[in-house]
Design a protein around this ligand. Structure first.
Ligand code: ANZ
Ligand code: ZN
Length: 821
């Protein structure tokens, strides 16, 4: 009996697979048998951690089964090589991002290969290669030419530690997605993608996708479509007339200012307008400048504005709870429904960049307004009669019958809603989505291919001059002055203007790394193409991606950006479908043994390499597959005993593989095998790898019971095929040992035979002197002698006792009772 030498076995088969280019995927021209399984490509962090093993080796189970089922599966891998994470790490280690990234990619590729996943290495894509980012830049130019990329002054998120702007999607609870620093707001001139133009399409496209509902909901919320109304409230000064003043930029307190007719608000509840008892403007609202001459407490207002503007996004979000605000004294507004005068306030809780930056406050029917009104003693007027009981000292946000609402009194609020919108304003659709700020003041990224010319303005780099190569510079540290370090590379910056030939300057910002990753899956279909980003024919053969597995953190970042990209490319007729990923799965998290997120500081990091060395890659991968359902975003602590148990299981399997005989299986065993084939096939399809392994274990228990007398070889061969996606190296070794030809991974997946699976067996109850001793599954119609053999084989009653029994009562199809005196 040979022992399970995992190291030898794994090295041997990895070498064979590589030599045979076993997993290179041919480009079949039709989509029919093609299947595209994608995992999010890693950034070159330097070392494969447990999360990588979970992310890459587990989907490989599915890939391998689909291949055995006859599909031509594309399973590529690459590196998300540009961007902040790699650059920040390089800076910490004081090496150039290029050298750092290059070294890491080489090392990680070696580690990835040792995982034994069936990646097609010939399609490797690295976003920092000029052959790749040439097309990233080309896409930028197409967006620009179609009005979808533009430069504008805008309020941006600034990370003081990364010293660059970030897109809204990359700010999480007011902090930087990459380094967790608190984000500041700045006004800067930036390049943006007009993703807002695609709000509706991005919403509609979600419906047809086989994605978990949480992801779809999160994207819907992020896009944030609201149907509502815009209503203008007239502004009056304290003399109750509309002021008309001349325009003046340098304004003193009390100086007459521009004429202001009114302030437009956005509301989703125009049916509550009779209950609007005050207006609130965002502290940055531009109308405040125009009203200044009339504001009698201008100094206090200014002070409030300054504090608000200096606040970070985080503080402002929290400020909502504080309900700070200040009234603009000296002016008021007219509620167009009641025609009454109401006060005007400014407060943090109204955001400058949503809706119109101004609201009508209805404290009786909105929680935030209610809290604000309570804090500042503002009147509360109920206009919707609640459908259910409500205590009178509170607010009612639901629908009901209108009260105190003039001609609308008595109508259902839901029905009155659009009528009232039209009566007092106009209906409108509002999105929460903001345009994607894509320029980064950082070195390690694809240069934005634009040139600034004093006379021609902004001029795109001609397409035949792409790529604009990222120059090598000595000083790549971010400067923090709002300019990319590339601005210091004078020799690179100065170029002749493509239009007039005069001395001009290159754009020195680089692109957000999320631009790179918004199209990498297209490149995998045709990675070496020098004429196009990918040929239409090859894309047609593979796209859209059939299954995409990745991290939950990308729900409203990468997954939204990629969808935006492909929707644009579809509109530009560059691709033939708009949605890139048909099925998506977000995976969970592997925690440290202490149940905490793995981190160096907590000392709970599990090094997969050490386990691979000690127990083997197949054990690590099967352990991770067993740890929990892969299709759920759970958090699973690493259990050092659990992985030992998995190794014991594989030891047992290898031992059993060496105990086979050329015998026919009993129909009970054949039946169990086919039920196992069915269940595993179904569960792999659902990415429930944990229950698949439970099935494998159950089956192995059945084989163990047969070990002494011998395991039918044909059954072990089928079992080996079932094991192959889970433990690819060991299964290969077993297959060879059992005399199989070629690779087990090239064999057909065992077909489930419903006839065999339903072949009649029954559960025989075994009694001794009338007391139940156990049960055993036997073939229907079994003879009394065979039944006696079966209960001895199953170890329920010993051979000696059966031989020495005074009697044995057999009730066919039910029970057997051994009488011993
Ligand atoms: C009056 C009202 C009465 C409102 C009521 C709600 C309930 P969504 O669904 O997110 O679009 N709002 C509008 N612009 C705002 C801004 N810039 N900052 C903060 N809040 C703003 O929410 C729209 C509602 O949020 C609007 O409807 C407005 O309050 C508020 F019983 O207007 B509502
Ligand atoms: Zn010019």
């Amino acid at each position: 009996m040979r022992k399970y030498d995992h190291e030898k076995i794994e090295k041997k088969w990895q070498k064979k697979w590589e030599e045979a280019c076993a997993y290179e995927t041919p480009d079949a021209v039709t989509k029919k048998k093609n299947e595209y399984v994608l995992v999010e490509f890693p950034y070159p962090s330097g070392n494969l951690h447990t999360g990588h093993w979970y992310a890459f080796s587990i989907p490989d189970i599915y890939v391998r089964m689909r291949r055995m089922q006859g599909h031509n599966v594309l399973f590529p891998i690459g590196f998300d090589a540009f961007g902040l994470p790699a650059e920040n790490a390089a800076i910490t280690h004081n090496v150039s991002p290029k050298v750092w990234t290059e070294d890491n990619m080489q090392y990680m590729e070696k580690q990835l290969r040792s995982m034994g996943a069936s990646f097609d290495w010939s399609r490797m894509v690295r976003t920092c290669d000029p052959e790749y980012y040439k097309w990233t830049q080309w896409f930028f130019l197409q967006f620009y030419k179609n009005g979808l990329a533009y430069q504008a002054d805008t309020q941006v998120n600034w990370c003081p530690s990364c010293k660059t702007v970030l897109a809204n999607e990359q700010v999480q609870h007011g902090t930087c997605e990459r380094c967790s620093s608190v984000i500041e707001q700045r006004n800067m001139r930036q390049w943006m993608f007009r993703i807002t133009q695609y709000g509706e399409k991005l919403l509609e496209g979600l419906d047809e996708l086989n994605w978990p509902n949480e992801i779809k909901e999160a994207q819907r919320n992020w896009i944030g479509k609201s149907e509502g109304a815009r209503v203008t409230f007239k502004i009056v000064d304290n003399k109750e007339q509309v002021p008309t003043f001349k325009s003046n930029k340098n304004i003193e307190v009390g100086t007459p200012t521009e004429s202001v007719e009114g302030v437009e608000i956005f509301t989703t509840r125009p049916d509550t307008i009779f209950g609007a008892t005050y207006l609130v403007l965002a502290p940055e609202h531009p109308v405040i400048e125009s009203l200044m001459g009339n504001i009698s407490n201008l100094r206090d207002v200014r002070a409030y504005q300054e504090i608000a503007v200096r606040k970070t996004q985080l503080e402002r979000e929290q400020g909502v709870k504080d309900k700070t605000g200040i009234q603009l004294e000296g002016i008021s507004a007219i509620n167009p429904a009641t025609e009454q005068e109401i006060p005007v306030w400014i407060s943090d809780y109204v955001l400058a960049n949503y809706g119109t930056g101004a609201i009508m406050a209805v404290p009786a029917h909105d929680a935030r307004d209610f809290a604000f009104a309570a804090a500042h003693q503002l009147p509360v007027v109920y206009v919707v009669h609640p459908e259910s009981n409500m205590d009178t000292e509170s607010f009612w946000e639901g629908d009901g019958t209108l009260i105190n609402s003039g001609a609308f009194t008595g109508q259902a609020s839901t029905e009155a809603r659009s009528k009232m919108a039209k009566e007092f304003g106009e209906t409108t659709t509002q999105y929460r989505l903001r345009d994607w700020v894509l320029s980064r003041q950082r070195y390690w990224g694809a240069p934005i291919p634009m040139i600034h010319c004093a006379s021609c303005g902004v001029v795109p780099v001609p397409e035949d001059q792409l790529p604009v190569i990222l120059p090598e510079v000595k000083d790549f540290l971010p400067t923090g002055d709002g300019k990319s370090p590339l601005a210091k590379a004078k020799h690179w910056v100065h170029v002749p203007c493509p239009t007039c030939g005069a001395d001009a300057e290159r754009e020195t910002d680089t692109m957000d790394t999320f631009v790179d990753s918004s199209w990498y899956f297209l490149r995998y279909t045709d990675p070496h193409n020098t004429e196009e980003f990918a040929s239409k024919k090859k894309m047609a053969a593979w796209m859209p991606v059939d299954m995409y597995s990745g991290g939950a953190e990308h729900t409203t970042m990468h997954l939204l950006y990629s969808r935006f990209f492909t929707h644009v490319l579809a509109d530009l007729k560059l691709i033939a479908w708009a949605e890139p990923f048909t099925r998506r799965m977000n995976r969970g998290l592997i925690l440290g043994p202490d149940g905490q997120k793995m981190s160096k500081s907590k000392g709970n990091v599990i090094d997969p390499d050490a386990y691979v060395q000690k127990l083997g890659g197949d054990t690590v991968r099967m352990y991770l597959a067993f740890i929990g359902p892969f299709d759920e975003v759970g958090a699973y602590p690493w259990d050092p005993n659990g992985i030992l148990g998995m190794r014991k299981f594989l030891d047992r399997v290898w031992r059993l593989a060496q105990s086979t005989k050329e015998i026919e299986p009993t129909s009970a065993l054949a039946r169990q095998l086919h039920l196992t084939i069915k269940k595993i096939g179904e569960d792999i399809e659902k990415f429930k790898f944990n229950t698949c392994i439970a099935e494998l274990m159950k089956f192995v228990n059945a084989l163990l019971a047969l070990e002494k007398e011998g395991i039918p070889k044909s059954v072990m061969q089928s079992f080996t095929q079932l094991l192959a996606p889970f433990a690819p190296h060991l299964a290969e070794e077993m297959f060879a040992f059992l005399g199989g030809e070629g690779s087990v991974h090239a064999r057909d997946w065992p077909t489930y035979d419903a006839d065999i699976a339903s072949s009649p067996t029954f559960t025989l109850v075994v009694q001794r002197n009338g007391k139940k001793r156990g049960i055993v599954e036997v073939d229907a119609g079994i003879s009394k002698d065979d039944a006696l053999n079966a209960i001895v084989e199953a170890g329920i009653i010993s051979k000696e006792e059966v031989l020495g029994a005074t009697n044995a009562v057999y009730v066919s199809g039910r029970l057997i009772n051994i009488v011993v005196t």
